[in-house]
Design a protein. Structure first.
Length: 114
């Protein structure tokens, strides 16, 4: 780095530090750590992960919604909602989709059930 660019960078850093020192102190808000909020966040993350996994499996296997609906007996709208609206699945729907994709439920959920 040239001396001129280095000097300019140092001046910018010093100006930023001075500006921050003159400015108001930030007020840090505590994070809501309630049990219900935590559970809700975990459910959202899990549904999102499962939705992405099912969408990728369908694409990888080359299924259309129509073909998957015919194989699974689930409606095309339900399949779409599972993949994009993060709709909750029943255990039976999860079993059905796992069988259609020839994977285990534990693979879909990313956990070891055994």
């Amino acid at each position: 780095m040239s001396d001129l660019r280095q000097d300019q960078l140092i001046k910018r850093i010093q100006e930023t530090v001075r500006t921050l020192q003159r400015g108001k102190q930030r007020v840090i808000q505590p994070i809501d750590t309630s049990e219900e909020k935590l559970r809700q966040s975990l459910r959202t993350i899990a549904r999102s992960r499962l939705s992405n996994m099912l969408r990728q499996l369908r694409a990888t296997r080359g299924y259309t919604y129509e073909a998957l609906a015919a194989d699974s007996g689930l409606s095309q709208q339900l399949l779409f909602d599972i993949e994009y609206k993060e709709r909750r699945l029943s255990l039976e729907e999860l079993r059905t989709l796992a069988a259609c994709y020839h994977v285990s439920i534990s693979d879909l959920l990313g956990v070891d059930i055994d």
